[in-house]
Write a protein that binds this ligand. Structure first.
Ligand code: GSH
Length: 324
């Protein structure tokens, strides 16, 4: 039976994310199995998904969106097959059914699940986005966003319009790797551990870790513009995708309400700063984000009601230039 994140549970009631399966790398070397070529790859995303959004952010800010095509699925999970109960990402049946989402013209798939089944006959994992698809070999290259963004950062620089932007420069790699680790555990994945916990203990633990980590970010961002100094890096993009969903979704839906982001002046201004990096705002579709979370997890929000607020304007002025 196909699984989703809602089934990833330990005996103690804690959310336990399983590892991604397709882990091939696109390389600049033309003789490699997956060479970096313009027009060859396609990125399947959901605008709702933070992991997919970090890949889309890279396409936009590296100037790769002409070389690598992308499409988004519909925001709410639906039945992916008539023969079982699996709920997951599906494509609309026409261009007009759902703003921002389009049918799958590459493979004619009805769901992301069908793409996994095309790529592998014995796949037994989750049918997640992002999916980086090879149009030539008709298979999934990679479905792990942390690796996809590394490829986009370095391997396509002969094609990228903004090749000079290096979000993982050698002198920052130690800071980036160390910071990513605690941010992933406590914040990016931490909000899911809060939201998907089925017992009080694992929830309490996740919430404490989350807000300790946010306090730490607030302190760091009181001294410098970005998480690893005064240069934008991979860590900022990875942190941003969770922060932008925080007050609108995670505070309510995942019970992360000990504090809201607007109570953290440095984090709030920092989120605006990243949102205003050219290209970034086009990766944020708040309506789709809210429709996905509030509408796709019936065990958390059985009636699918979408809260109205708080509608923060991330395009409003921020104070981060004080560090430049
Ligand atoms: N490790 C993956 C995680 C991706 C992931 O969990 N995506 C979620 C959406 S935000 C998904 O597609 N879930 C489908 C499911 O749980 O069935 C990555 O970072 O690329």
């Amino acid at each position: 039976m196909a699984r989703s994140a809602l089934d990833e549970m330990s005996d103690s009631g804690a959310f336990l994310r399983t590892a991604s399966t397709f882990r091939n790398f696109i390389l600049r070397d033309p003789s490699s199995q997956f060479p970096a070529e313009s027009g060859r790859y396609h990125l399947y995303i959901s605008y709702a998904c933070p992991w997919a959004s970090r890949c889309l952010a890279y396409l936009k800010i590296k100037g790769l969106d002409k070389a690598i095509s992308f499409t988004s699925v519909k925001p709410r999970w639906e039945r992916t097959k008539e023969s079982d109960e699996h709920m997951g990402w599906v494509f609309p049946s026409s261009d007009t059914e759902e703003p921002g989402a389009v049918p799958d013209s590459l493979n004619g798939a009805k769901s992301i699940r069908e793409l996994y089944e095309l790529a592998s006959t014995n796949y037994s994992g989750k049918f997640t986005v992002p999916v980086l698809w090879d149009k030539k070999l008709k298979t999934i290259v990679n479905n792990e966003s942390s690796e996809i963004i590394r490829m986009f950062n370095t391997e396509f620089n002969h094609i990228a319009e903004n090749a000079a932007l290096d979000l993982y420069p050698p002198h920052l790699q130690t800071c980036i790797d160390e910071t990513n680790e605690w941010i992933y555990d406590a914040i990016n994945n931490g909000v899911y551990k809060c939201g998907f916990a089925r017992k009080q203990g694992p929830y309490d633990e996740a919430v404490k870790k989350l807000f300790d980590a946010l306090d730490k970010c607030e302190e760091i961002l009181g001294k410098q513009r970005y998480m690893c100094g005064n240069t934008l890096s991979e860590t900022d993009i990875r942190l941003f995708v969770t922060l932008i969903r925080f007050d609108e979704v995670y505070v309510v839906h995942f019970k992360c309400n000990q504090k809201q982001l607007h109570e953290y002046p440095n984090i709030l201004n920092y989120t605006k700063d990243i949102y205003q990096v050219p290209g970034m705002s086009s990766t944020v579709h708040m309506e789709q984000i809210k429709r996905h979370y509030y509408g796709s997890h019936p065990t958390i929000n059985p009636f699918g009601i979408i809260p109205h607020g708080p509608n923060i304007d991330y395009s409003s002025p921020h104070d981060r230039e004080r560090f430049s």
